[in-house]
Structure formats: C-alpha cells, structure tokens
Design a protein around this ligand. Structure first.
Ligand SMILES: Cc1cc2nc3c(=O)[nH]c(=O)nc-3n(C[C@H](O)[C@H](O)[C@H](O)COP(=O)(O)OP(=O)(O)OC[C@H]3O[C@@H](n4cnc5c(N)ncnc54)[C@H](O)[C@@H]3O)c2cc1C
Length: 371
C-alpha cells in the first residue's frame, strides 16, 4: 500500500478481533485492540472448528499452539431422537487437504488468539461514539477519552455498536431458535461428533479430550417469548425422552448457558474509514459451525487487501467483494439447513437415511476452496 493506515483500531477482542490483530501484525501494521469486557471474562462452553477454520489458523501461524487442545473430530454421526442411526459424514474425507476438524473449550481458543494477537489489548474499554469523515474516524471511549484513527474495524459481534454508529445497518434479526450450551465431565464416553434430531429440536455431543463433552442443543423460540429462567431444567424437559447417550448426558449436566440465536445481513460492510468483520458483518445461526472460520478468513483477506491495495478505500472494496459470496453461501446454506427443522421426523428421517451424508456434505462444498 502506498500510504499504509498507520492508526488502526480494532473494536472487540474475541474471535474476529484477535484474529484480525494477528493478521494485521503479520502484514506489518500495529493495530490498537479495545475490548469492553474485563480480561477475566472469557466466553464459556466449547466450539467446533471445521477444516476451513483450521486452515485459516494455519495461515495465521496459530495451528501449532492449537494442536494439543481439545480433540480431533473425524466423523459426524446423526441419529433420530430414539438413538437409531440416520447417516454419517466422513469429515476426514470432506476436509481432505484442507485441515482437520477440532472441538475444544472456547477459553483455550481465546488464549491462543490472545497470545497470537501480540501487542496490547485494552480491556475494560468500550467504544461509545464515532465521528466520521471520508478518511479518518474520531472515536469516543467509555472513560471519556477520544482518539483519531485511519481505520476503525468493528469486530464487536452480532449486536455491533460500530455497525449502528457507522449507519451500516440496524439490529440483528432473531432466527426463532434458542441455543443451550454446556460442558460436562464424568458423562458417557462418546468418541465422535454425535447429533440426535427430534421434532424441531436437536442435541449435539462432541468429545473435547480429557473426558470432557461439549453439549449444544436447540429448540424453537416463538416470537415475543423470553429464554427460560432455568435453562438446565428446560434442557432436561425437552430432551428427557431422547434415547442413546442422552439420559446419561442429562444426568451429568450441571450448568447450561443460553443464547437467543440471530443473524446479521447488511447491505454494506464499510463506510468511510469504518469496516465490519466477523459476526458484526454476517452472523448466522450456528448450525454449520462456520462463525469462527468466516471471522478468521475475513481477517486474512482484510489484512491482505490493506497490504496490497493502493488505498484504504480500495482495500475495503476488495475485501467485501472477495468475502461476500462466501459468507452469503454460508447464510443461504444455514437457512436451508434450518428450514429442515419444520419437516416432521416421519418425512425427514427416511430422506436422511437415504441421502443425509450427501446433503450435509454439499453444505460445505464451496468452503473447501481457499477463501
Ligand atoms: C450458541 C452458539 C454456538 C456457536 N457455536 C459455534 C461453533 O461451534 N463454531 C463456530 O465456528 N462458531 C460458533 N458460533 C458462532 C461464533 O460464536 C461467532 O461467529 C463468533 O464468536 C464471532 O466472533 P466475533 O469476534 O465476530 O464476535 P463476538 O465473539 O461476539 O465478539 C465480539 C466482542 O466485541 C466486544 N464488544 C462489543 N461491543 C463493544 C464495544 N462497543 N466496545 C468494545 N468492545 C465491544 C464484546 O465484548 C466481544 O468480546 C456459535 C454461536 C452461538 C450463539
């Protein structure tokens, strides 16, 4: 870049912000990263990283520190709610030549990204206001201080403040489901990614090594309803009649986190010297587990554009035009998959037995290609 942006602010030190900080440093930039939460607050539960997420971490030089963490997932197995087999996906074949799939505690991923980001991350620092012109942005922080930047990156998640302040789109849209997450130890031994699909609800179990099991479950949340006050009791109620390993999992379950799932679809990801990455730009419901992968790929592409394009404005155009088709694919396939919730098990299950593996693999087809 003829005129490199010397003053880059990354807002949000989670998956997207920390990966971007790493990518920018590798590109020779020195971003400032701010995070409104304290360093002790780390997202809980687990995360599943498909092959393209691991490939992106390799490109960020972070695959080695990740290797001892969590467990490699080689196969996904789908069952009906009674525990009878429906279909299976061979992940080693699907992601061959791309990267292995891994399930690990979120806190472990966070630690790797935080170390990889290098430099200082200013915690307890919230962005509250932006004053924008075409080339610079003045940022107001929660402590009353101000600073000016040549580029402000909103990596501040699906409910992004930067997106709202920059006029890049409104609130995230609820997709009508609610997700429950829990990490259990001392439960049944499960060696493969295992999903049991019921009537509009499902539960996924993944080994994370050392006897830990990451449990993700969801159910519909009708418009206007609020999340249950006692999520553990609710999970036991919904999945109490399921078969296979579920009764033993429910027995071992102690704490449950709850999240209303929503998506973000905005007409543009940048305005002036402000740009969005990760969930702030394109959140989807977590059905395909592509949130982290898309955030890592955003980071790599944005850093490459800033390094190679002649101006920030051209870099932002290049970034969005390269990333849009891929994130749109993920959004469209996620919606396709989520629509199958409305199909009664009596109709759905014979189809899954017959061609489930092909259907599920097809959802990742474009994503095995480089970002
Ligand atoms: C239930 C559930 C399960 C999921 N499972 C998976 C999975 O298995 N695999 C996967 O790849 N993805 C999964 N996802 C998606 C994944 O969690 C997200 O895509 C990913 O966290 C997005 O990262 P992000 O950095 O863009 O946003 P976030 O992780 O939301 O981080 C945003 C950060 O910005 C900070 N922030 C917000 N506002 C401000 C402000 N004004 N000033 C300063 N800081 C601010 C926040 O505190 C936060 O740390 C799941 C999502 C959900 C809801």
């Amino acid at each position: 870049m003829a005129q490199a942006p010397v003053r880059v602010l990354v807002v949000g030190a989670s998956v997207a912000g920390l990966a971007l900080a790493r990518a920018l440093r590798l590109a020779g930039l020195r971003p400032v990263v701010v995070e409104k939460l304290a360093p002790s607050v780390v997202a809980g539960a687990g995360i599943f990283l498909p092959g393209n997420a691991i490939r992106a971490l390799r490109d960020l030089g972070l695959d080695n520190p990740l290797r001892p963490l969590g467990a490699v997932i080689r196969r996904q197995r789908y069952f009906d709610s009674a525990g009878d087999p429906l279909c299976g996906v061979d992940l080693e074949q699907l992601w061959h030549g791309v990267g292995e799939c891994r399930a690990l505690p979120r806190a472990d991923l966070h630690r790797v990204l935080l170390t990889g980001a290098g430099g200082e991350v200013r915690h307890n620092t919230e962005v509250c206001d932006l004053e924008m012109d075409d080339e610079t942005t003045k940022v107001a922080f929660g402590d009353g201080s101000y600073a000016e930047y040549d580029l402000v990156v909103g990596a501040d998640g699906r409910r992004s403040t930067v997106r709202r302040l920059a006029g890049l789109g409104g609130a995230a849209h609820p997709v009508g489901t609610i997700a429950y997450r829990s990490v259990i130890t001392g439960g049944p031994q499960i060696d493969e990614w295992t999903a049991l699909l019921g009537q509009r609800s499902g539960i996924v179990l993944m080994p994370m090594g050392y006897g830990r099991l990451y449990c993700y479950a969801d159910e519909p949340l009708p418009t206007g309803s609020t999340p249950p006050a006692d999520p553990l009791a609710r999970v036991r109620e919904i999945f109490g009649g399921y078969g296979g390993p579920v009764p033993a999992v429910l027995d071992a379950m102690e704490g449950v986190q709850v999240a209303v799932t929503d998506e973000v679809e905005v007409p543009s990801w940048s305005r002036g010297a402000v740009v969005l990455v990760g969930d702030a730009a394109h959140a989807t419901s977590p059905t395909l587990s592509q949130g982290a992968a898309m955030a890592f790929e955003d980071a790599l592409v944005l850093a490459e554009m800033l390094r190679t394009r002649p101006s920030v404005a051209e870099a932002l155009v290049g970034y969005e035009s390269r990333r849009r088709p891929r994130t749109q694919w993920v959004l469209d396939r996620t919606r396709d998959r989520d629509r199958t919730r409305d199909v009664a098990p009596g109709l759905r299950d014979p189809q899954l037995r017959d061609k489930g593996a092909r259907i599920f693999q097809e959802h990742y087809r474009l994503l095995t290609d480089p970002a």
